[in-house]
Design a protein around this ligand. Sequence first.
Ligand code: CP
Length: 322
Amino acid sequence: MDTNPPYFWPHKDLLDVTQLSIQDLQHLMNLAESFKELNQRPVKKAPTLKGKSVVLFFAENSTRTKTSFDMAAKRLSADTFALATAGSSINKGESLKDTALTLEAMNPDIIVIRHAASGAAQYLANLLDCSIVNAGDGWHAHPTQALLDCFSLYGLWGLEGFKGKTLLILGDIAHSRVARSNIRILSSLGVNLRICAPRTLLPAGVENWPVEIYSDLDKAARDVDAIMALRLQLERQQAGLLPNLAEYAKRYCLTTDHLGLARPDVKVLHPGPMNRGLEISDDVADSAYCLVLDQVNAGVAIRMAILLSLAARSKEHPNAIG
Ligand code: CP
């Protein structure tokens, strides 16, 4: 007899990975596995979210996150509506509050938001009754990226296999919401975390993070199981953080020499978009070690799992998957 209590998804919104229990994580991985299989079929469609409306409110640029949320929603038969800063009344000075209230007046079930301001997703979650998904807010968090990164590694390691692995995050840590969300989730899974960057690209207070800090990439790469290279976010940097890009690439661009220092089956991740030759060499980006396109593939499945979990909460049992 199964004495386990039934699992109910307990969240109205997805704002960061810190809100997720291990049961929530396992639930998302299980759902994403089934959607990964669906996504390989000739007919990639399920009727699960027919009649549901998903707004994609992207106030910052995106290729992967926006397209994969759109694809994820449509594969579950939801209707999607896109709003970007360009071409919207945000460009006439409409506030975030009025934009959000305007969108909710159209009765969407979920709003997916990307915004330059840290806390923008939390602000909408407090203001609106519909579900909010944080698709990246300032430097704060990018939970769906961290979840798809986990899902990419979950396929290789399983959830138990994360414990005791060593993963290096390399590059522009200071400006990276991807690093912050990944550090939160991976440390909770028992991964030993290293970060490597020049001092100017480490944030204030990094000494209190659950990571080992390196400035020498040869030392940082030694015996690691996985390396996550980060994009140098030049658009968010003040002038003077780096002497010059050639000098940065000389010390911090991930090359096959560095992979030779890591474990033989090392995996390389990058959230994209990549600056080839700056933080990752062509050889590494195009190698069999590199999971970048697997990450993109995993992104559609994990976002389907997230949309279903949020949209299928039944009214009778607010925490239940319907
Ligand atoms: N990783 C990521 O968020 O990519 P996009 O900016 O293209 O969505």
